[in-house]
Design a protein around this ligand. Structure first.
Ligand SMILES: Nc1ncnc2c1ncn2[C@@H]1O[C@H](COP(=O)(O)OP(=O)(O)OP(=O)(O)O)[C@@H](O)[C@H]1O
Ligand SMILES: [Mg+2]
Length: 279
């Protein structure tokens, strides 16, 4: 009622209340407040807070099973994952109100720990559909098939993936490391505003780790946010984060600068979680 009354007193050409949620868009790209979420009805995220501003690179570390991939899946809007409390805002808009495709169109890119295989759909067909949808929604010029092929080949080259991978079924029979490089290749083409990469370093050989890191670094820009989930401080030698967070039992229990990753490598998580296993 208050809202209606306030609206009634506004002159027609004044910005309405509806425009207010986006006002902070340039300050906080991703704002997660007291997020609670379940997987298959089991509570996993238990009051998670995280804010990512444009230009920042955040690393999320933490014990197995603490909820890191759950966070990625919740943000992506995957089936079986439900937000039960708190909120996740992307540029001021609640992600819960957006379909998975709309999240991608808004500029969110998620690379999963276990990339899915889509037999029967070629990598190129998949990219074409994804790019048409996202570029169209963002008002970017459409790529004709020649441009698309040229861009896709260039992106493959950037991650040392042979261009023949474009013709294969999405991730079909790809090795672990090839799947990870394929995800980065897709990300380079999608030019997301915010990228969340879940264990993109796992399974990569030493050379591929550097190649992938170079690819990610090439996307670093003042307008873009990057969130890396990783178990290894080694990745963070190549992609130096602005912030490092520890996720444990569904909450971020410690945040710091890049030095925190070194400290974790040395001390493990026991000193933070209260379990002395790692001592
Ligand atoms: N479908 C499901 N049913 C029941 N529990 C699930 C389901 N999916 C995930 N979980 C549980 O949710 C918890 C969090 O899993 P998640 O994958 O988010 O952990 P993680 O922090 O990414 O771990 P890792 O470092 O091993 O990748 C785990 O205990 C996992 O077993
Ligand atoms: Mg995980």
């Amino acid at each position: 009622m208050d809202r209606e009354q306030a609206g009634a007193h506004r002159k027609p050409n004044q910005p309405g209340l509806a425009s207010q949620p986006n006002r902070k868009a340039h300050q906080n790209m991703l704002e997660i407040r007291d997020l609670h979420a379940t997987v298959a009805d089991k509570p996993i995220l238990k009051g998670l807070n995280l804010t990512v501003k444009p230009g920042e690179v955040h690393a999320i570390m933490g014990p197995n099973g603490s909820g890191k991939s759950t966070l990625a899946n919740v943000l992506a809007g995957r089936d079986n994952y439900a937000i039960t409390g708190g909120e996740a805002l992307f540029e001021g808009k609640s992600l819960a109100d957006l379909e998975p495709e709309e999240r991608a169109q808004a500029g969110l890119f998620l690379a999963f720990q276990y990339p899915v295989e889509i037999p029967g759909v070629s990598n190129m067909e998949f990219l074409k559909a994804a790019l048409e949808s996202v570029r169209g929604a963002q008002g970017k010029e459409e790529w004709d098939s020649v441009t698309l092929l040229r861009q896709a080949r260039a992106a493959c080259k950037q991650v040392n993936l042979d261009a023949s991978f474009l013709k294969r079924g999405v991730n079909e029979g790809f090795s672990g490391g090839e799947k990870k490089r394929n995800e980065i290749m897709q990300m380079l083409l999608m030019e997301p505003k915010l990228a969340l990469l879940d264990e993109t370093d796992s399974g990569l050989d030493i050379d591929a780790l550097q190649t992938v890191a170079k690819g990610v670094n090439s996307l670093r820009s003042p307008e873009r946010g990057i969130v890396l989930v990783t178990h290894y401080q080694r990745l963070l030698d190549y992609i130096v984060p602005d912030f490092v967070h520890v996720l444990s039992n569904g909450q971020i229990i410690k945040s710091g600068g890049k030095e925190l990753a070194l400290e974790l490598e040395e001390k493990g998580y026991g000193w933070l979680t209260g379990e002395e296993e790692s001592a």
